[in-house]
Design a protein around this ligand. Structure first.
Ligand code: NAD
Length: 454
């Protein structure tokens, strides 16, 4: 057994040291606060040079990083390599911080008076991240926070801590000044310590909606900036004018990829018009050929299995039963196969709640407007996709569907690093999302200087 280590003030320390978890967090925040005073004065062009080295190390160690990520998460190595690629893109994007941080100016705003705005770092930021993308999600935050001049603490998921530890071993090789980046392991106790810590000015969070709301409320109570990305229940609408053959693979990848443990997983399909019978048959055939990896834990498997039982009890028709795969492993592993329910009604819990497993619900709508209404009734609004060959349908969908990440014939509509990533309603607490321009806004304060020279 290997003990996890925290990285505090440039040193690795055992997470089971003599200090209680809260004190370890407080030490990390004190070291980050101390480092901030000097780090904020390092020119931004020099700050990003550390990230160039970090990018190079991430690229050189992709394979090992992917192995660690797959080993602790259970996702395939290709999936891990994919998320590492997306994480590296965030680091690359943050290399543009010198221009992203630029302010603006206007001369003669009044007689003899000029105004200029400048963006400045704010202080110590913390990120609290989920299990499902152990590499990519920490990298949604760390590069932007530090290149804009803040110092940073990561509290990764306690279910996937080793990927974060490896990422920090690479950061250690970048020779950043001590205290600029810190890693503290733990769960709720450390999260509460972060929220209550006076040195920490802001928190970036990704996880379930219940915890996201808690983080947002408690963080705000302690006067922090908070961006809290929550859970999802994503819809995929299939119109009869869609290319069904090509759409089927995209639909199944979205629903069953990563065993449904993605915040962008399409969990509900709404068939509109005459495509329904063909779609249903095609989905079952394709899903039967898919082998899902395990879900994250035995407790999570039980949760997914209980949703399947609930779906049956609520009167949905089980077209494909993924529990058989669990039976094959004699309940000794966390595998559940692709599961498809038909005749699902919007009021059923399997249609409303986030299951975060390989369970797909099939529903019907009379027309596109009715499908959009069904999407908009959900308390979540993370992502939605429309499969169609009509530009007019795509325009209507883009205009009226509420989720903030929309796909047109794209089952996993993940924005690239240069766009903001995140939803609205119960999928986001706060107003600024991860990445893109929102990251710069979240991690900087805009100062406006109004000047007159006598
Ligand atoms: P989770 O909410 O259980 O945990 C997320 C983080 O919060 C972890 O670091 C954990 O230690 C901490 N935490 C857990 N319970 C807590 C509590 N009671 N008090 C304080 N902190 C607590 O989420 P998870 O299971 O790790 O991840 C899956 C969830 O994340 C899903 O709901 C998924 O939709 C969501 N997610 C959302 C996005 C997005 O972009 N919106 C991206 C990825 C995952």
């Amino acid at each position: 057994m290997k003990l996890l280590k925290n990285f505090v003030n440039g040193n690795w320390v055992s997470s089971l040291g003599p200090l209680p978890l809260r004190s370890q967090l407080n030490q990390a925040s004190a070291s980050a606060k101390n480092a901030f005073d000097l780090w904020r004065q390092v020119p931004v062009s020099e700050r990003v040079r550390y990230l160039i080295k970090f990018c190079q190390l991430l690229n050189e160690n992709r394979d090992e990083l992917a192995s660690i990520c797959s080993q602790e998460h259970g996702k395939s190595k290709i999936e891990s390599q994919g998320e590492i690629g997306r994480g590296i893109e965030s680091v690359e994007h943050a290399l543009g911080m010198p221009s992203m941080m630029m302010g603006s100016s206007l001369s003669q705003v009044a007689h003899g008076i000029d105004s200029m705005s400048i963006r400045q770092p704010v202080g110590v930021f913390a990120a609290i991240t989920p299990f499902n993308f152990p590499c990519m999600i920490p990298l949604w935050f760390l590069p932007y926070a530090i290149s804009s001049g803040n110092t940073f603490i990561l509290k990764p998921s306690e279910q996937t801590p080793k990927t974060a530890e490896f990422i920090f071993s690479l950061l250690e090789k970048c020779s950043l000044p001590k205290g600029v980046v810190n890693l503290v392991h733990g769960s709720k106790e450390v999260v509460d310590a972060i929220l209550e810590d006076e040195n920490i000015v802001g928190v970036s969070f990704v996880g379930s909606s219940k915890v996201a709301k808690y983080i947002y409320e408690k963080g705000s109570q302690y006067s922090k900036r908070v961006q809290a990305l929550g859970g999802a229940k994503n819809f995929m609408v299939v119109k009869s004018d869609a290319n069904l053959e090509l759409s089927l693979k995209s639909l199944c990848d979205s629903a069953f990829g990563c065993s449904g443990q993605r915040c962008l997983a399409g969990a509900n399909i709404i068939a509109v018009g005459s495509c329904y019978e063909k779609l249903r048959a095609g989905l079952v055939t394709m899903a039967k050929s898919i082998c899902c990896g395990p879900v994250i834990s035995a407790a999570h498997k039980d949760r997914v299995l209980s949703y399947i039982a609930q779906g049956i009890a609520e009167g949905a028709t089980l077209l494909l039963d993924g529990r058989e795969e669990n039976d094959e492993y004699e309940n000794k592993s966390n595998h559940i196969g692709p599961t498809i329910f038909d005749d699902v009604l919007p009021c059923m819990s399997i249609a409303k709640e986030e299951i975060f497993g390989p369970v797909l619900c099939l529903m019907r709508a009379k027309n596109l407007n009715e499908a959009i209404e069904m999407i908009n009734e959900s308390p979540y609004a993370n992502a939605a996709t429309l499969y169609t060959s009509s530009g007019k349908n795509a325009a209507l969908f883009t205009q009226l569907a509420q989720p903030s990440m929309l796909g047109i014939n794209v089952g996993v509509p993940a924005p690239m690093a240069f766009f903001p990533f995140g939803g609205c309603k119960n999928s986001l607490f706060g107003s600024l999302k991860a990445g893109g321009e929102d990251a710069v806004r979240f991690y900087t304060d805009t100062k406006v200087v109004t000047s007159r020279w006598f």
